[in-house]
Design a protein around this ligand. Structure first.
Ligand code: PLP
Length: 392
């Protein structure tokens, strides 16, 4: 007889990352879900709803990851995994009908902004960029656009904190106003992870992840995911994934579930390291400004403290100019100069070196993705490189 797992709804996130998505407790069964490398499945009767049939539609290796992420995001339904975060973003944006309107943070992830701008240029929808931390102006825009949303043609896209400016939005307030205006709300939860915040609890309709980052956690896969409580929305997103084919490989999803097992520990350590470094950086003479919601002086501090269970593992710093920022990145020896974030290793990048980065992101801004190394070693490397950058 199969012994059931504990009721997952009662478990804390740091238990869920370990306990969710396990195979049934049957005698001799594996404790880890196996990787299933099969593009097709035996059909011994006429296909019925939920049958596997073909691996573009579903794969047994996706199921435990989707179950675990759904539970972590406090969703009533399993999440949906995609071939990348941007693949997931494309599916989420497909929910806006042609002729609709999308509101996005002007400092959101450059790829999501680029995709939305491309869709606007092709006439799919109208795009409005906002300062997502300026609640009043977002509320006014929602009110002004409300009349056009009678057919559900309005979407508010949240990212909080934003990448890389770390601006904090008032998720529950904006979501309630968006719903009142007839808008659907998507929240990119990549930076926070469900350990720090679960946007569905703030009323958001769809949660997006670049699984590539903290969830998988080892900078070895590119994956995305969406989670929702709404069966109709989930069906539409699943249909988009199947029809457009932006699917994940089973091996990558297996790695992501393996990475997820340590998410709570990794986030705990990254956040602890980030807090230590942010405080030290705030007192460094070569650093003009530190953006980190965990600093009491940060404009997003109170909001983050009120809404989130932590302040995340990303810090952005501003130096004197782009040359100083480039010199810093070139001088580090332990930090890895590379794009991306959320891995066990600490990464450093001057964001504006990427042509797609919004022009309102300062040229001299350097984003730090804080890993799980020893904080004093990370500090010693940064401090030495900062001194070098100022002298050069
Ligand atoms: C906040 C955020 N959302 C989405 C993405 C896109 O994810 P992916 O690179 O997995 O396509 C990224 C990638 O950097 C990101 O930082």
């Amino acid at each position: 007889m199969t012994e059931q797992h504990p009721p997952h709804g009662d478990l804390a996130p740091d238990t869920l990352v370990v306990a969710a998505g396990r195979p049934p407790r049957e005698h001799d069964a594996p404790v880890n879900a196996p990787i299933v490398l099969s593009s097709t499945f035996y059909e011994t009767r006429a296909p019925e709803a939920g049958d596997r049939i073909y691996a573009r539609g579903s794969n047994p290796t996706w199921d435990p990851f989707e179950e675990a992420l759904g539970l972590l995001e406090a969703a009533a339904l399993p999440a949906l995994v995609f071939g990348s975060g941007l693949g997931a973003a494309a599916a989420a944006l497909s929910l806006v009908p042609t002729g609709g309107v999308v509101i996005m943070p002007r400092h959101g992830y450059a790829g999501s902004l680029g995709l939305a701008a491309d869709l606007q240029a092709r006439g799919r929808f109208e795009l409005h960029l906002v300062d997502i931390a300026d609640t009043e102006s977002v509320l006014s825009l929602l009110e002004a656009l409300a009349g056009r949303s009678t057919d559900g043609a309005l979407m508010l896209w949240l990212e909080s904190p934003t990448n890389p400016m770390l601006e904090v939005a008032e998720l529950a307030v904006l979501t309630a106003a968006a719903h009142a205006a007839g808008a659907m709300v998507v929240a990119d939860n990549t930076f926070n992870t469900p350990i720090v915040h679960r946007p569905l609890e703030s009323g958001v309709d769809v949660v997006l992840h670049s699984v590539t980052k903290w969830l998988a956690g080892h900078s070895d896969v590119v994956l995305g995911a969406l989670a929702t409580d709404d069966p109709t929305l989930r069906e539409r997103l699943l249909s988009h994934r199947t029809l457009h084919g932006a699917i994940a490989g089973p091996f990558e999803v297996w790695l992501a579930l393996r990475g997820l097992r340590t998410l709570a520990l990794r986030m705990e350590r990254s956040q602890e390291n980030a807090a230590t470094l942010a405080h030290r950086l705030a007192g460094h003479s070569a650093v003009r400004r530190v953006r980190y919601p965990g600093l009491p002086t940060d404009p997003g501090h109170e909001r983050a403290a009120a809404q989130f269970d932590g302040f995340g593992g990303i810090i952005s710093i501003e130096l004197d100019d782009a040359a100083a920022a480039d010199a810093l990145v070139a001088a580090v020896r332990l930090w890895l100069p590379a794009t991306s974030l959320g891995g066990v290793e600490s990464l450093i990048e001057r964001r504006r070196r990427q042509p797609a980065e919004p022009e309102t992101v300062p040229e001299e801004l350097v984003r730090l993705s804080v890993g799980i190394e020893n904080a004093d070693d990370l500090w010693a490397d940064l401090d030495r490189a900062l001194r070098h950058a100022r002298a050069s």
